[in-house]
Design a protein around this ligand. Structure first.
Ligand SMILES: [Zn+2]
Length: 207
């Protein structure tokens, strides 16, 4: 399954609206109803503290990713306000908005992805995870065209991606430009090379 973390602003702590013990009791109940969670990230500060953890700052999203043993760009944050979406974006994570009574229409309009409820958000996340999952045994692609039509360094750094494609394809055809020719020749996993100057890379446009 997927690893789960909670990232939550709890400025009520700083403002004295509730005690740390009360917060722990609420979190324990949330854990009981929705968990177990692999990590809890809680910002106890109020807005004026200017901390790096309070959403929309990305601190808690990054910390949660670290606690889960991954990076934020491999995480999806589900939230109900714009600050959640902003925090996710600032950390490099994907985000799904599930509107509640407190969500403003502008926040819904600006969200990268909106789902009606938590189960629909989970479905969306699982569907995306399936798209990037390693291909299962026996499902091989035929011939795959990889296009990397710029300089030698750019072609070289594509090497690991080409090997990943080659692992599940019958044949890999690499399209490269003249400036990537020497680097392309070094890459393993390529069955055929097509050299093609693209006008926006190798062209010589008049000013
Ligand atoms: Zn904070």
């Amino acid at each position: 399954g997927l690893r789960l973390a909670v990232v939550t602003n709890q400025s009520g702590l700083a403002r004295g609206l509730f005690t740390a013990a009360q917060l722990r009791a609420v979190n324990a109940r949330v854990e009981e109803l929705l968990g177990p969670f692999d990590s809890w990230q809680i910002c106890p500060h109020d807005e004026r503290a200017g901390c790096g953890c309070r959403k929309p700052a990305p601190g808690m999203v990054r910390a949660a990713a670290r606690a889960l043993g991954t990076t934020a760009d491999r995480c999806v944050l589900v939230g109900d306000i714009g600050a959640d979406m902003t925090a996710a974006g600032a950390a490099g994570a994907a985000a799904v908005l599930v509107p509640t009574a407190t969500t403003r229409p502008a926040e819904v309009a600006a969200a990268p992805c909106v789902r009606a409820d938590l189960s629909a958000a989970v479905e969306e996340i699982l569907a995306r995870a399936a798209l990037v999952a390693a291909p299962t045994e026996g499902r091989r692609a035929g011939t795959v065209l990889v296009a990397r039509s710029d300089s030698a360094g750019d072609v070289l750094v594509t090497g690991p991606a080409i090997r990943a494609v080659a692992a599940s394809a019958d044949r890999v055809v690499l399209l490269h430009g003249p400036r990537g020719r020497d680097a392309a020749a070094l890459l393993p996993g390529v069955d055929e090379h097509i050299e093609w100057p693209l006008p926006w890379i190798d062209g010589n446009p008049t000013p």
